[in-house]
Design a binder for this molecule. Sequence first.
Ligand code: SF4
Length: 441
Amino acid sequence: MNKKVAFYTLGCKLNFSETSTIARDFHNEGFERVDFAEKADIYVINTCSVTENADKRFKTIVKQAQKVNPNAFVAAVGCYAQLKPQELADVNGVDLVLGATEKFKITDYLNDLSKNDFGEVHSCEIEEADFYVGSYSIGDRTRAFLKVQDGCDYKCTYCTIPLARGISRSDTMQNVLKNAKEISEQNIKEIVLTGVNIGDYGKGEFGNKKHEHTFLDLVTELDQVAGIERLRISSIEPNLLKNETIDLVSKSRAFVPHFHVPLQSGSNAVLKKMKRRYMRELYVDRVAKIKEVMPHACIGVDVIVGFPGETDEQFLETYNFLVDLDVSYLHVFTYSERDNTEAATMDSVVPNNVRSKRSKMLRGLSVKKRRAFYESQLNTKRTVLFESENKEGYIHGFTENYVKVKAPWNPELVNTLHVVELTHIDEDGLVRFNFQEEKVA
Ligand code: SF4
């Protein structure tokens, strides 16, 4: 009888694409994939180092698995496993912890699934994780996450990702196009490009520091791959979002008008301390350029509150900066100290109650921004990709410019694209519409 495996993924789209690829390896080894809530012989937890209380979350998830099957083998991979391998191995019930160089070889470690007395660690210095392993997610969600780049060479003072994922390196153009084609042949309508710093695409494509291709080359090539209905750029650094890329998206066949661009702070003094590679003026310029060629584009913003030394004035600078900026929603992160980062040793620590007050203010602003953006899209025609879940009798979907819509549940709509006219915003903030034409795809 086939052994059963279950997965739990924390963190970003990149982690989901890697879990999905690892799951395919298990399948090829004859394992049957089951849901994490079900009884399995092995539970694999793909960890994240950015998630708030990552350690507590991890312990809870291990306990959850042990409750379902106390004899099951528990393995941890991912960013947290690379940063704090022994800490995870010491958690009761954990049998195996694999670092960045070993995570894709996990099936090599599973000859014996009997529980270990203590967690076995196979980790490495992050400098050794200088090679690239491709991945993409399929089957878990309506859209597929396609990894095109990994690691980062930037030195943002609050960030642990370079310590967890290593130097910036990219998939070969040929392999990205092959993966994209494979995905589109499995009736997936939308591909989301993911990585750590995808604007740096091309660096390390052939194992060296050179840029063989650029991000613009990548989007240009992908836009020509037949069979892909929609392509979405997950997140891109403002200083790497070039005019040519914005122009290409505005004229492209498949790239959707949605940009998620980390800002982090609207105060140049704070941006300097964060060692971000731009000043707020560049961010204004990027937004203006996008809105000039795509007035209906959706722009999402990452912003951190409570960074060491952030004064009330500097926070208000960020707040007012965002009030004035024509953006569509905010992802608000409350600064939290991370070991081995420069910011963790900085003075003028902002008290937690002040951090949460600032976070609350920005989350309130995000609601207003999203509402204003949705209102600006009413009475326009958009194309919706419908999702697969029946949510209390409703089916949800997203337009190309990331407006979330809903309609009464209809299984025939699952994973289909339809042109609609957006009509009004419901009491829950989702948008209703009228169908315009037959199914697009
Ligand atoms: S760009 Fe900065 S914040 Fe983003 S992964 Fe790299 S170091 Fe971290």
